[in-house]
Design a protein around this ligand. Structure first.
Ligand code: ASP
Length: 309
């Protein structure tokens, strides 16, 4: 039987051993394991990679631990603006949403953009109108309130700075989430979801909802979900860059991912990581930060979640 597999991430950043309590570490690991197992079960049941990445990302969005969905960071105006995307490597269909508010699972709205609209990317009021037409329920602000996130915002709210959830502060939490999967038919998909950066303003959008930058899937090469300094990941067109190295230079998913994260993105000043899978189910999870919340599971028997480098 062909190998099928899934990988997930919950953000990369200054994650140093001993930084958090053993209890909190255990909470992170169990949230990651739950998302990983749930996505894997979808693949095991013979369903598609698209289905699997959506299921895994939804669970990460439902956890307050990660900067996506429920745990999204605060914007400069004390709101939450979320971005998400999904791509099907078999068809090259893709969907992205940005600057959305009140939606419990932004990844599902991205999937609806992919499957129920003629478009690829909807933003702001228009994306919300689309959600309304599909009868999405809107959560009120209290659903997204998290004291830790609020304190992060209070610290910088009167400044011009905005803070990546990857900031080099010992107490920072990290958390854009993503999943990539290869199903039993060898089709691959990727999904990514984020709350962006604390205190962001002017409708700032990062790489996560942008096809080719933070998310990409193509059965010719690989499926990728990124996390890191979005502005640099956009400039580096990181997800597509990995796919290009595979397609045009014949590199493996591991070598191409490593080249981009340990060389090409560093050269332009970016930091972060990515998860990638090819159509044989091979997984790569490189990062150039101290750590990355991550997990991988495959029909070959791999099953692990980890945080540190
Ligand atoms: N890449 C995301 C952004 O720039 C942030 C992250 O990965 O945590 O919006």
């Amino acid at each position: 039987m062909k190998t099928f597999s899934i990988a997930i991430h919950g953000g990369a950043g200054t994650l140093v051993k001993g930084m958090m309590t053993p209890e909190l570490e255990a909470q992170y690991k169990s949230a990651l394991q739950l998302a990983l197992d749930s996505g894997y079960k979808v693949l095991e049941a013979g369903k598609t990679a698209v289905e699997a990445v959506e299921v895994a990302v939804k669970l990460l969005e439902d956890s307050h631990l990660f900067n996506a969905g429920k745990g999204s960071v605060f914007t400069a105006t004390e709101t939450h603006e979320m971005d998400a995307s999904i791509m099907d490597g078999k068809t090259l269909n893709a969907g992205g949403v940005s600057l959305i508010t009140g939606i419990k699972n932004p990844v599902s709205l991205a999937r609806d953009v992919m499957e129920k609209s003629e478009h690829v990317f909807l933003a702001g009021d228009g994306a919300m109108q689309f959600a309304k037409e599909l009868n999405y329920k809107l959560e009120d602000a209290s659903y997204f309130y998290d004291e830790f996130r609020h304190n992060q915002w209070l610290e910088i709210k009167d400044t011009d700075s905005f803070q990546l959830d990857h900031a080099k502060k010992k107490d920072s939490k990290f958390g854009t989430v993503g999943a990539v999967a290869c199903d039993k038919d060898g089709n691959i998909a990727a999904a990514t979801s984020t709350g962006g950066m604390t205190n962001k303003k002017w409708g700032r959008v990062g790489d996560s909802p942008m096809i080719g930058a933070g998310n990409y899937a193509n059965n010719k090469t690989c499926a990728i979900s990124c996390t890191g300094s979005g502005e640099f990941f956009i400039r580096g067109v990181v997800a597509y860059d990995v796919a290009c190295l595979m397609e045009h230079k014949g590199m493996s998913v591991k070598d191409a991912s490593s080249e981009v994260i340990h060389k090409r993105i560093l050269e332009i000043g970016g930091d972060g990581g990515l998860i990638a899978v090819d159509t044989k189910g091979n997984i790569a999870m490189p990062f150039n930060t101290e750590g990355m919340y991550r997990g991988q599971k495959s029909s070959d028997g791999i099953d692990d979640v980890s945080i540190y480098g």
